[in-house]
Design a protein around this ligand. Structure first.
Ligand SMILES: [Zn+2]
Ligand SMILES: [Zn+2]
Length: 336
């Protein structure tokens, strides 16, 4: 916790007008009441005066470690010594002197901030809590409301800010959906790196599943034509497809959850879904039969896509078509 600071402001109006002084702002207050409106060329209020931007001649902002109530007696004492030493009469001490004799930070606070980055508040698991930490303080939380982990705005290694939204004078560019993986200052890995990478990395997994599905036909053949007069394993309906697929997916993925879902609206087919929980991928298996070919499948696919919207990273629809009922394969593949 840094020592408290007191900000003092004096504003002179253009010749002929009054002048305004206000003492003992906090940094946040002075930014909100004076700095931001001034930089945005808006009207502002200082010392009870309402000032138009166009009326302002000069702004001075200064800072002291003590409030004006401590400073004024000290300034009065200094003024008494000065007037006695010089033999001239005392000038007295006004609020102006408080602004004048404190450290000038006008340039620092009013410097052009046409582009600046806010800080990002992220939990240790990589959930973004607030990407405008400074500008939208009401969204800030000590702990993540998704997972309960503590939240940070700074690199644990070097203490530099995690970059958040880009602010321009009149609008905000809310940039990222995922937090950065490395500190832009020291290069250290952030605590959430591995987790975020895993979640955004559904693509290689999807191509593995693709490989398994491409080979489904090749697998079903030896099952059908078994040696030594054993009864064939026939894949005759969606349930059979489900079982074979379950075995195949289990080779590659540990957490495969079969979920059966029978559409009540049409009763056209029973479909089987597999949820690969970790990878957030849903695999859906269908099998063609009488009355279930191109048109019906296309319609079902659209329903499925809508049903899974937002609940998983990827939806893979597998259509087993042993009797080649589907006339136009390409049109099905092309569906969104
Ligand atoms: Zn979290
Ligand atoms: Zn760092």
């Amino acid at each position: 916790m840094s020592a408290p600071e007191y900000y003092h402001v004096s504003i002179s109006r253009k010749p002929g007008g009054d002048s305004a002084v206000q003492l003992d702002f906090s940094l946040e207050e002075v930014k909100k009441a004076i700095v931001d409106p001034f930089l945005d060329k808006r009207e502002l209020i200082c010392g009870g005066y309402r000032l138009m931007y166009s009326e302002i001649e000069k702004v001075r902002i200064s800072v002291s470690k003590e409030p004006s109530s401590n400073l004024i007696p000290k300034l009065e004492e200094a003024e008494r010594i000065r007037s006695e030493a010089s033999g001239l009469g005392s000038m007295g001490v006004s609020n102006w002197d408080v602004v004048d004799k404190s450290d000038d930070v006008t340039g620092k606070l009013l410097k052009d901030r046409s582009f600046w980055y806010d800080e990002m508040l992220v939990c240790n698991q990589g959930h973004i809590i607030n990407s405008s930490f400074g500008r939208k303080p009401l969204k800030n939380k000590l702990r993540c409301d998704k997972c309960g982990s503590p939240t940070i705005t700074q690199c644990p290694q070097c203490g530099s800010s995690i970059r958040g939204d880009l602010h321009e004078p009149h609008y905000v560019f809310a940039g990222e959906n995922t937090p950065p993986l490395f500190c832009q200052n020291c290069g250290a890995e952030f605590p959430w790196k591995k987790k975020v990478e895993k979640e955004t990395d559904a693509t290689p997994m999807a191509s593995k599943i693709d490989y398994i599905l491409q080979n489904f036909n090749g697998i079903s053949r030896p099952l059908r034509n078994r040696k030594h007069d054993r009864a064939p394993f026939k894949i005759q309906n969606e349930y059979d497809v489900q079982d074979v697929l379950h075995v195949l997916l289990n080779v590659e993925f540990r957490d495969v959850r079969p979920e059966e879902w029978t559409p009540s609206y049409a009763g056209a087919s029973s479909k089987v879904d597999f949820l690969l929980k970790e990878q957030k991928i849903v695999v859906e298996a269908k099998m063609t039969r009488d009355g279930l070919a191109d048109k019906e499948l296309g319609e079902e696919l659209l329903v499925d896509i809508a049903r899974y919207e937002g609940t998983c990273e990827k939806l893979i629809c597998f259509i087993y078509d042993p009797d080649e009922r589907i006339a136009n394969r390409n049109s099905l593949k092309k569906r969104p």
